[in-house]
Design a binder for this molecule. Structure first.
Ligand code: NAD
Length: 501
């Protein structure tokens, strides 16, 4: 279907059937009170359809279905071999519908179809396969043996997991939660972001087709305020696995405290620094990385390197290189396979980026490129790649997450100064350094307070490495085998031997 031709992509998009209903207990249903919301496509501002806006009653039904599925063991008690086969079939089914899912993702988010089809959907499938492969390799522990006692510790699934995900990588983020939660034997109620519900709903339908029993994975679209809050306050939900903003992360912890002390894992925002030292081994590669680390996905990436720290000796030349790359990143139609930079998720998010641009100018930063809304005739929400120089480390642009295509350049003179500026943030998600010195790189890796540190590359790891933040970037890890632990409780079992004698 996606053969690289604009016309074909458009035709395929026109032929798509948009998923709009909730999926509860294996059945596609409307909200009990009939409420729906308009699903706007950010590429051209048109309404793609009226999607179910779930409320507390719908969440209650989904949690009841998930609980029943967990308690009767229809998934949890299947053999590891059977569960593995179903998760592999699930990945195969996603792969068979990869083109459709990529189109849904692009129409829902405004991201380029090239990114959706080569990054978002393949990574969502990889995640599913990784946890399918992992699930029969999870062992417990046996305590040191004794003639009178046998003790072991075993991981048990928590029960009902509420997954609340954002809109920047809708299916990919959903699978970071859903796949390990299912691999551990849990049931799930997924609440996708209201801006991007379609791939999650379709994924739920495909899971059923692949053989996941009804009720094990439920998808309830709706607003965060209503559906998200109802899920996070629910007395029968054992855990909320969340990716999103710090503001909502704080609310989730309150909801947990006010309800049943459910576990909460939080993947939150960032203000990630990328540091270019004068001994950078490849300035051209670093400039490419500096530009794409902020402009990929229109800057709507939690790990976006929104602060570029450059040594004073190399700054002038390096910034020129970054500008040259940025000039090649031109906002375009998300459905055109040659587009590499699409629309922002919504009018509100576009206005947020424009507001931060105005604040940066008011606070005295020097705008080098970009700064405006473009492609307004399309009806969509586009902001051009924007770079500011001479950003004060205390300025708003250096401290607050924009979640848009806005880069701030900050100059430094010594390594100590670079580490101090890099760590002077409430966030701690990712950081990068460019240097030819092993010693400097190792020192940086130790000194930078971030959950992910990349040396001479940006975002250069994959599903095999844990993902998550330090400080106010959250806690708990997605990806890797470490992610499995948060969907389980550790039970210690002890047999006293010889009691019968
Ligand atoms: P958001 O926090 O507004 O929304 C995320 C999800 O939370 C959505 O599904 C939303 O409906 C829901 N929600 C909103 N209010 C809620 C409430 N009161 N109760 C329960 N749920 C509620 O975030 P966003 O704008 O969708 O996403 C952008 C943010 O996500 C940025 O801060 C970004 O850095 C962060 N993010 C982090 C990661 C990571 O892995 N660390 C990845 C992607 C995005």
């Amino acid at each position: 279907m996606l053969n690289g031709d604009v016309y074909d992509v458009r035709q395929s998009a026109a032929a798509l059937c948009f998923p709009t209903e909730a999926l509860i207990d294996g059945v596609s249903v409307a909200a009990r009170d009939g409420t729906r919301f308009a699903n706007i496509s950010p590429g051209d501002g048109r309404c793609l359809g009226e999607v179910v806006a779930g409320n507390a009653v719908d969440i209650d039904a989904a949690v009841a279905a998930a609980r029943a599925a967990f308690d009767d063991g229809r998934w949890r008690d299947q053999s590891v071999r059977a569960k593995k086969a179903v998760l592999h079939a699930f990945a195969d089914t996603l792969a068979a519908h990869a083109d459709e899912l990529a189109l849904l993702e692009t129409l829902d988010t405004g991201k380029p179809i090239g990114d959706a089809s080569t990054v978002d959907i393949p990574l969502a499938i990889d995640t599913t396969r990784y946890y399918a492969e992992a699930l029969d390799k999870i062992y417990g522990e046996v305590a040191p043996p004794s003639p009178t006692r046998l003790s072991y510790a075993v991981n048990e699934p928590l029960g009902v997991i509420g997954a609340i995900v954002p809109w920047n990588f809708p299916l990919h983020m959903a699978m970071w939660k859903v796949a390990p939660a299912l691999a551990m034997g849990n049931s799930v109620v997924l609440k996708p972001a209201e801006q991007s519900p379609m791939s999650a709903i379709r994924m739920g339908q495909l899971a059923l087709e692949a053989g996941l029993p009804p009720g094990v994975l439920n998808v309830v679209p709706g607003t965060g305020e209503v559906a998200g809050q109802a899920l996070a306050r629910h007395m029968d939900v054992d855990m909320i696995a969340f990716t999103g903003s710090g503001v909502v992360g704080r609310l989730l912890m309150r909801y947990s405290a006010d309800s049943n002390l459910k576990r909460v894992s939080l993947e939150l925002g960032g203000k990630s620094p990328q540091i270019v030292f004068p001994d950078c081994p490849n300035f051209e590669a670093a400039a490419q990385a500096a530009a794409w680390a902020i402009f990929y996905n229109q800057g709507q990436v939690c790990t976006a390197a929104s602060r570029l720290l450059v040594h004073c000796d190399v700054k002038a030349d390096f910034v020129k290189r970054v500008i040259a790359v940025a000039k090649t990143i031109v906002p375009g139609d998300p459905l055109d396979p040659s587009t590499r930079f699409g629309a922002m998720i919504s009018e509100a998010q576009m206005n947020t980026a424009l507001r931060y641009i105005a604040i940066a100018e008011q606070e005295g930063a020097e705008r080098l490129i970009g700064g405006s809304r473009v492609r307004q005739d399309s009806g969509g929400f586009y902001v051009e790649p924007t770079i500011f120089d001479a950003v004060n480390p205390n300025a708003t642009l250096a401290r607050e997450e924009v979640f848009g295509p806005v880069l701030g350049v900050i100059e430094f003179a010594t390594d100590e100064q670079a580490f101090a500026i890099a760590n002077d943030t409430v966030y701690g998600l990712a950081a990068g350094v460019w240097t030819a010195s092993l010693e400097r790189a190792h020192t940086a890796a130790r000194r930078l307070k971030a959950g992910l540190v990349w040396v001479n590359g940006w975002d250069s790891c994959d599903i095999t490495m844990p993902f998550g933040g330090f400080k106010q970037s959250g806690f708990g890890r997605d990806r890797s085998l470490h992610a499995l632990a948060k969907y389980a409780d550790l039970k210690a079992v002890t047999f006293t031997l010889g009691a019968a004698a």
